[in-house]
Design a protein around this ligand. Structure first.
Ligand code: FES
Length: 188
């Protein structure tokens, strides 16, 4: 190795080391801006996920008939960049017994613009109030008249909503029906 070559390597090293150090220092505030709850040296750790506070518990006798619909509130804790490091949100939901005997549960927050929608059992009532005649019971939103067909998994059958409402996981254990978690992807 000539003297010129080793001087070049020395100079490159002298420039590269402070540059790498500077970028290293910048990475931390950028990472904390993108994900404020990140732990030091945990850049590749799992993303922050909300966690349910407690299950909502029903029994089979709460749903005596097909299309019995019960409202409930589901608490979720979200990681936040505040002194408590979390925020608790209360999500309104409906649990409905289908003719198959299964109980399904949905967030009542309309995926269009976040209003709280209603359960409409009678098709004629839906026609009068929401300008749509469904085949059976539906969820219907008073704000912009989106209608969701419960028998079709909450499919949007009328109005501007972009997708079905978020669904809760429901677990059956003996005589007990538990609403345990909300579908991922945000509240609305
Ligand atoms: S917010 Fe429900 S239809 Fe617009």
């Amino acid at each position: 190795m000539t003297e010129g070559t080793s001087r070049r390597i020395l100079l490159k090293t002298a420039v590269a080391v402070p540059l790498a150090f500077t970028f290293g220092l910048l990475a931390s505030p950028i990472a904390r801006y993108l994900r404020p709850t990140i732990k030091p040296l945990d850049l590749l750790g799992p993303s922050d996920q909300p966690s349910p506070l407690t299950d909502v518990v029903f029994t089979e006798s709460d749903f005596p008939d097909d299309w019995t619909c019960l409202s409930f509130t589901f608490g979720q804790s979200y990681k936040e960049y505040n002194p408590e490091a979390l925020e608790v949100r209360k999500i309104p939901g409906f649990a409905v017994k289908l003719p198959s005997g299964d109980v399904v549960a949905y967030s009542r927050i309309c995926p269009h613009l976040g209003c709280i929608f209603n359960f409409i059992k009678e098709p004629q009532e839906c026609l009068k109030g929401y300008n749509y005649l469904p085949a059976g019971p539906v969820f219907a939103c008073p704000c912009h008249l989106s209608v969701y067909d419960i028998a079709q998994g909450g499919k949007v059958v009328s109005g501007p909503a972009p997708r079905p409402p978020r669904q809760f996981d429901v677990k059956k254990e003996g005589n007990t029906i538990k609403v345990v978690s909300l579908e991922a992807g945000g509240i609305a």
